[in-house]
Design a protein around this ligand. Structure first.
Ligand code: SF4
Length: 272
């Protein structure tokens, strides 16, 4: 499979190009449907550069196929090169970013032109259930450390609560929201659970619970590789979670593109 890019909502998703070691149960990157499993950074970056010469977009979202900071040196080198493209950059991660990686990230940020933004999405899909659902992933507490560390070096950090898992109780999400607000996050993005034809990414969800969640087949809009998956999404529950966030003074965005837009808008506001 070739590496491909697509502009959607003014952004382009850029892969990391190496299998992710974190092993979340709902991970949809393992079967290669969203992109090739292994690609050298130089190959990704040169294809992207070529794509950028004949496509208009404002933002790069880095890390949909793996975690850019599972191998921090690789993530940093790629970010250093992405900065040269002169776009807003957002990356998503579940890593614990501290020490050398944090320091290097601060340098990446300082190399970005002053009108551009660098922001982060820190993903969590549960709290107490993380050892079962995300067994090889940095703990939720470590991810909260990432949030506060990023904030300290001036990088806005959003919490991607995705997928919102049907068999995890609301109380667990309330705890997650509480902790994330305490860590200083800039807002939340609530997201669906995807399943392929063989239901490989949802096997860990009890069938009788999954059957009750509204699901519809979609062509995944953000992927250049356009897989057709079932999108499980309980709109009523999402609204309820939004109310919990707002009651605690937080903000909810319905897509990461909207969250990134809010960072860009506040940057523009600063310059006025
Ligand atoms: S961190 Fe992301 S890419 Fe890595 S296993 Fe988990 S869901 Fe998959």
């Amino acid at each position: 499979m070739d590496i491909q890019f697509k502009v959607e909502k003014g952004r382009v998703l850029v892969p990391v190009g190496i299998p992710c070691p974190f092993g979340c149960k709902y991970c949809y990157t393992r079967n290669g449907e969203v992109g090739p499993a292994r690609v050298k950074p130089i190959e990704i970056l040169s294809h992207l550069q070529e794509f950028a010469t004949n496509h208009a977009f404002n933002t790069i979202q880095f890390g949909y196929d793996s975690d850019p900071f599972a191998f921090p040196e690789r993530g940093i080198v790629m970010l250093e090169r992405l900065v040269e493209l002169g776009k807003h950059i957002n990356f998503s991660t579940k890593a614990c970013i501290e020490g050398t990686a944090l320091h290097a990230l601060a340098t990446v940020r300082s190399n970005l032109a002053s009108h551009l933004t660098l922001s982060a999405l820190i993903s969590l899909s549960c709290w107490e259930s993380a050892p079962a659902v995300e067994p090889h992933t940095p703990t939720p507490e470590e991810r909260m450390r990432t949030v506060s560390n990023l904030k300290q070096i001036g990088i806005p950090a959003f919490i991607a609560v995705r997928p919102l898992l049907p068999h995890i109780a609301d109380a667990e999400y309330e705890h997650l929201i509480d902790e994330a607000l305490r860590a200083g996050c800039d807002g939340f993005i609530l997201g669906p659970l995807y399943a392929d034809e063989k239901e490989r990414f949802v096997r860990f969800v009890p069938k009788e619970i999954l059957r009750k969640v509204p699901g519809r087949k979609v062509i995944v809009p953000w992927s250049a590789h356009a897989p057709v998956w079932t999108r499980y999404e309980d709109g009523v529950r999402m609204q309820r979670m939004m109310m919990v966030v707002e009651a605690e003074g937080g903000k909810v965005f319905w897509s990461s593109a909207d969250a990134v837009e809010s960072v860009i808008a506040s940057k523009v506001g600063e310059g006025m």
